[in-house]
Design a protein around this ligand. Sequence first.
Ligand code: SF4
Length: 291
Amino acid sequence: MRYEGPIYRPPSESDSLLIQATIGCPHNKCTFCMVYKRGPKYRARSVDEVKQDIDEAKRIYGKGIRSVFLPAGNTIAMPTDDLARICEYLRLTFPALERITIYGSAQYICKKGLKDMRKLREAGLSRIHVGLESGHDLVLKKVKKGATRSQQIEAGLIVKEAGIELSEYVILGLAGRDLSKEHAIATASAIDEIAPHFVRIRTFVPKINTLMLHELKKGRFKMLSPHEVLEEAKLLIENVQTRTTVFSDHYTNYINLEGELPEDKNRLLKMIDVALRWDESSFRPFFIGTE
Ligand code: SF4
């Protein structure tokens, strides 16, 4: 199988077969993301090329594959018909397949619309990981996410209406000190409006080759301390009213906040309160991310 450029997948896809359908990210502007800043340039692979990889995967692993993730950064942006043909071929090749997952940003989901998303669901696409990052328009603008709060909400609702499972990523600390509270409250209300199946929490870590690291070094962005991140997490969890599953499956987080909302809300808030009593030096140290 051929892979080109950085290959990232969500931690929840660690056991999945990785079949690369696109290369790079068509947006590639988020100021916190270093993944494709040095290339390669975005392109979708041809269906024939991807089919050859699927055939090879069957030769190597047999036909019992149960889950597939299709890198790279924004596979939802590839032509709908091509992505649908890839999903159909995967289902044909691996009859036991239970899940096909991709990354997809809100702007590309909105552009495709409900009709295309339904077509993808019928072809077998079953889960999309979307970077909500924040529900606050100013934060989204500052980090050049390429989507407004209302587009994020619209995209989330389209995905759900199409019958596709939706994972929304949230980054604690992304707004820095200046907008921390606003970021937490607006993100909670966006989650409420979308009601995604999963919310996946990450904590902002400045990465090499990113504008945010540059801003931090220039003193124009103020990082949150571990306690401030926990206060932000508390505000977020307190304000989410919808039913959803929260995951904390990432090395950047200070504590492991996982559970069902609303049932586990009090337990999660108590965990945060306990962690807030720990000395800040007991959390992982500040570091600059290199991958
Ligand atoms: S859309 Fe995703 S992969 Fe692309 S630049 Fe933003 S965070 Fe990185």
